[in-house]
Design a protein around this ligand. Structure first.
Ligand SMILES: [Zn+2]
Length: 174
């Protein structure tokens, strides 16, 4: 399996603001280091490039495994599994207190497949919600083209960091 370079791995962690890009859990309350995961698995030809990489907590990563689709529990249809680079989190999910709720079939399927509202996760979210530094509801930058990333890693990271902080500021001002 091709591993991402150290620079790419750093970019992925910074781009995700140290959160799982599926369930948005923050690394800082977890003992295990989050995985840099191939969204399309290497075994299916997925490259170790920024467009195919996401930061994932061990729970989401293990449940996702090599899957690219999941079953919508409402219709029974197979739908694409939530893709952190192609899909925007807030298009498919929303918060209802400490629970993640679906806005679309992709959201419904991912919540079930990844068991996003497991009791243990709810406990972590309660702990997160007590820390003013987390801003769980702030969606972070999702769409970064691989061409831009490979041409100028530093610049993109800076842009991502700036957007993140300006959105945090918006959230705080509410
Ligand atoms: Zn997760």
């Amino acid at each position: 399996m091709m591993e991402p370079s150290a620079a790419t791995a750093r970019l992925v962690r910074q781009r995700a603001a140290d959160r799982c890009e599926y369930c948005l859990m923050h690394q800082s309350l977890q003992v295990a280091t989050f995985h840099i995961e191939h969204i399309t698995p290497s075994s299916a030809g997925g490259p170790p490039s920024p467009d195919n990489l996401a930061l994932a907590c061990p729970s989401c990563n293990l449940r996702k495994a090599n899957r690219l689709t999941a079953r919508d529990p409402t219709t029974g249809d197979m739908v694409p599994l939530f893709h952190p680079r192609r899909h925007i989190w807030t298009d498919h999910f929303a918060w209802s207190g400490n629970e993640i709720v679906a806005k679309t079939p992709i959201g419904r399927a991912a919540i079930v497949m990844l068991d996003m509202n497991h009791a243990r996760r709810l406990k972590v979210r309660i702990a997160e919600s007590r820390s003013p530094s987390f801003h769980r509801r702030v969606p972070f930058l999702r769409r970064v083209s691989s061409t831009t990333v490979t041409t100028d890693l530093t610049k993109i990271t800076t842009i991502a960091a700036n957007r993140y902080s300006s959105r945090s500021a918006m959230y705080l001002s509410r």
